[in-house]
Each structure stands twice: as structure tokens, then as C-alpha cells.
Design a protein around this ligand. Structure first.
Ligand code: PGA
Length: 249
């Protein structure tokens, strides 16, 4: 794992966008695995700036990690809406090349299988990840086991509470989601894990310096050969100086 600690989230976003641009320029048919939440917003802002400065994204395919079950695409808190609002309406990725699980699908197992087929056909070059306060990646929640394929997940109470800040009340927060499994994440060629703020400091330290454990799902990233962890001073505050300067954590 490589570790980069930035003074500001904006700097971190610009750095990550440069990694994304490199993939977009190097690959003939670049495939980006994308995340939602507050963490990747500085990345998407920087990517929009790159697009406005001449970066063509017409040949890019995107595959999002997850989607809530039971709220329609037009709902302001759906991840489809988030992606449209923060990235897709500003850039030129064609709609047909944008993939997000359908949280309104009537047949959820079929939707999960369809999504795995999308991932199989479009191997991910670079996967962007946030990390939940409980260590989840995508919506792969802490558990006795981690599920490899795309699946329906019942969100943990701490995740529902963390997401409640975006909804009118706790009752309005969806309790289930479709998420990409850990296999697709680990099969990405490159992974960038982003985390900002002191509330992520403990879990970041456990994920990258602790043991690999299914109750800290992000720790599984230690098994991947090309992960860059992108932090700010707050999220890096529980990582000692020696680990910070090591090339490989
Ligand atoms: P956040 O969510 O970026 O809104 O903190 C991260 C996550 O839950 O993966």
C-alpha cells in the first residue's frame, strides 16, 4: 500500500483525479469503479475541472459500487442521482457506458447477477473507494464472512445512522442496498482508498495497519498489490510517522 497524506481534501482530490486521468489516457477502453458519499466529491470536482480543461471521457466506462434498494433513481439521495449531480451531468461519459445497480429492480437476485456480468465484461482498471466508519467498502459491512459477488445487504445500524444525515429522518434511510462484492473490488488493477476527517482515523489505522479481518472489511485491501491510500491530516492522525513515510505500509 502506498500512503499519501494531504493538507486539504481539495489537494487529495486533485491528486486522485490525476491518477484517474492517467488511466483514461493510457487505456483504450478505460473502466473506472466509482464510489459515492462525501469522500469522493473533491475527486469528482477535480475530474470535472480536468474535463473542462480538455480531458475527453467519451470512451470511459464507469461501474458504481452500490445503490440503495427501494428509492427511485430520481430521488435526491439515490446514488444514481448523486453520480449524475456530482459527475455525469458535467462530463461526456455516454449514458450507455454508465453502470449503477438498479435498486428498484423487482428481481433483486437477477439484478445482482446482471451486475456481475457487467463487471465480468468490463474489468475495472481503477477502483475508487471510500471507507465507512465501521470499515465497510462499498456496502460490504463487517461480518463473519465477506461475500465475493454482487449481493443484497442489510445495512448495519451504524451505517444507517451515518447515512441519516442525508435524509429527513432515520426512518427514511433505506435499510437495504445492492453492493458489489469483494471479489470485483480485489480484481481491479489499481485501487485508491480515500478517507477524510478525524472520525475516520481509528478505522483507517485498523484497516491498513491491523490484521486482515472480515469485521474490518477494508483490511482485505492489504491483500491487493496496488492500493494507494489517500488521506488528510485528520484521517491520518492515528498513523505513526514511521508508517506514514514507508513506501509500503
Ligand atoms: P462518506 O462515506 O464518504 O460519506 O464518509 C464513505 C462510505 O461509507 O463508504
Amino acid at each position: 500500500m502506498r500512503l499519501r497524506v494531504f493538507q486539504t481534501q481539495r489537494d487529495a482530490g486533485v491528486y486522485t483525479a490525476a491518477q484517474v486521468e492517467r488511466i483514461i489516457l493510457e487505456e483504450e477502453r478505460p473502466v473506472l469503479g466509482l464510489a459515492t458519499g462525501s469522500t469522493p466529491i473533491p475527486l469528482y470536482e477535480a475530474l470535472v475541472h480536468l474535463y473542462q480543461s480538455g480531458l475527453d471521457m467519451a470512451h470511459v466506462t464507469t461501474i458504481n459500487l452500490d445503490e440503495y434498494i427501494g428509492i427511485p433513481a430520481m430521488h435526491p439521495q439515490s446514488y444514481r442521482f448523486f453520480m449524475q449531480h456530482n459527475l455525469f451531468r458535467h462530463v461526456n461519459v455516454p449514458l450507455s457506458q454508465i453502470h449503477i445497480p438498479d435498486g428498484m429492480a423487482l428481481d433483486l437476485p437477477a439484478e445482482c447477477a446482471r451486475y456481475d456480468e457487467v463487471i465480468r465484461k468490463h474489468p475495472i482498471h481503477l477502483q475508487v473507494l471510500g471507507i465507512g466508519v465501521n470499515g465497510h467498502i462499498g456496502f460490504n459491512e463487517p461480518d463473519d464472512l465477506l461475500v465475493s459477488k454482487t449481493h443484497v445487504v442489510h445495512l448495519r445500524q451504524e451505517t444507517v445512522e451515518s447515512n441519516a444525515r442525508f435524509f429527513a429522518s432515520l426512518d427514511d434511510v433505506p435499510k437495504r442496498a445492492i453492493t458489489m462484492g469483494v471479489q470485483a473490488i480485489l480484481q481491479a488493477q489499481h485501487i485508491v482508498l480515500m478517507a477524510f476527517g478525524e472520525e475516520k482515523a481509528d478505522i483507517v489505522a485498523r484497516a491498513i495497519l491491523g490484521e486482515v479481518r472480515t469485521d474490518v472489511p477494508a483490511s482485505i485491501l492489504q491483500l491487493h498489490r496496488d492500493v494507494t491510500v489517500i488521506l488528510d491530516e485528520g484521517s491520518a492522525s492515528k498513523i505513526d510517522a514511521a508508517s506514514r513515510t514507508a513506501t509500503v505500509v
